[in-house]
Design a protein around this ligand. Structure first.
Ligand code: IMP
Length: 200
């Protein structure tokens, strides 16, 4: 079967593979935006949804193909939702995962365990074309607690300090398969694929 190409507003090979696995028995196939020499757009939104829409619109505008984009991060309610949309640059522009994680440890170190509750958030968007008035939007959430001593080597970003109560370990100690089953990204993606299939 000839598959309909969709541009993915990300160059992350892991994300491309993961999404294509979920699209395996559909008529869709995603390609990274780097295949089309698209430059990353500035994320000027104030919410995950706005930033995902900005990225998807940029990708579909330049390729004339339908686009999928995601935006994700970690929220701590006791810090008014920070790091939030600034998760990738919490310790400043160009900060490493380790810098960001250390800044979050410092911010919550003196808080009670209750105030260390956190959640990962992922928003995914599917847009048929740049003027699509009804993009499909899904959100996935994953609840946990911030710990001050990093654990585990898997994953990326804040995974070593995200304690998962249901599995009594840090996210960075979970296998990729288990993390995909539980995670904000897995949930948002499975929901998105289901809704795309219902629409077409
Ligand atoms: P992006 O949406 O891939 O740009 O992710 C934004 C930032 O949120 C990343 O740089 C990480 O710091 C953080 N983040 C998002 N998802 C995860 C996750 O699954 N584990 C750890 N950190 C994450």
């Amino acid at each position: 079967m000839d598959k309909q190409e969709i541009v993915l507003a990300s160059n992350n090979a892991g994300k491309v593979r993961e999404i294509n696995e979920l699209l395996d028995d559909t008529s869709f196939h995603v390609m990274p935006q780097s295949d089309f020499n698209i430059e990353e757009v500035e994320e000027t939104g104030l919410s995950f949804i706005e930033n995902a829409l900005i990225k998807a619109r940029n990708a579909t505008l330049h390729t004339k193909l339908p686009a999928i984009a995601d935006d994700s991060g970690i929220e701590v309610p006791a810090l008014d939702g920070r790091p939030g949309i600034y998760s990738a640059r919490y310790a400043g522009v160009g900060a490493s995962d380790e810098d960001n994680l250390n800044k979050l440890i410092k911010d919550i170190e003196l808080l009670s365990e209750e105030d260390r509750l956190a959640r990962f958030v992922c928003v995914m968007v599917f847009m048929k074309h740049a003027e699509d008035p009804t993009p499909i939007i899904t959100q996935g959430f994953w609840d946990g607690v911030i710990i001050t001593k990093p654990l585990g080597d898997n994953g990326f970003g804040y995974d070593p300090i995200f304690y998962v109560p249901t599995h009594d370990c840090a996210s960075a100690e979970l296998s990729p398969e288990v993390k995909n089953q539980l995670s904000h990204r897995g949930q948002a993606l499975r929901q998105l694929v289901r809704l795309i299939n219902e629409e077409v």
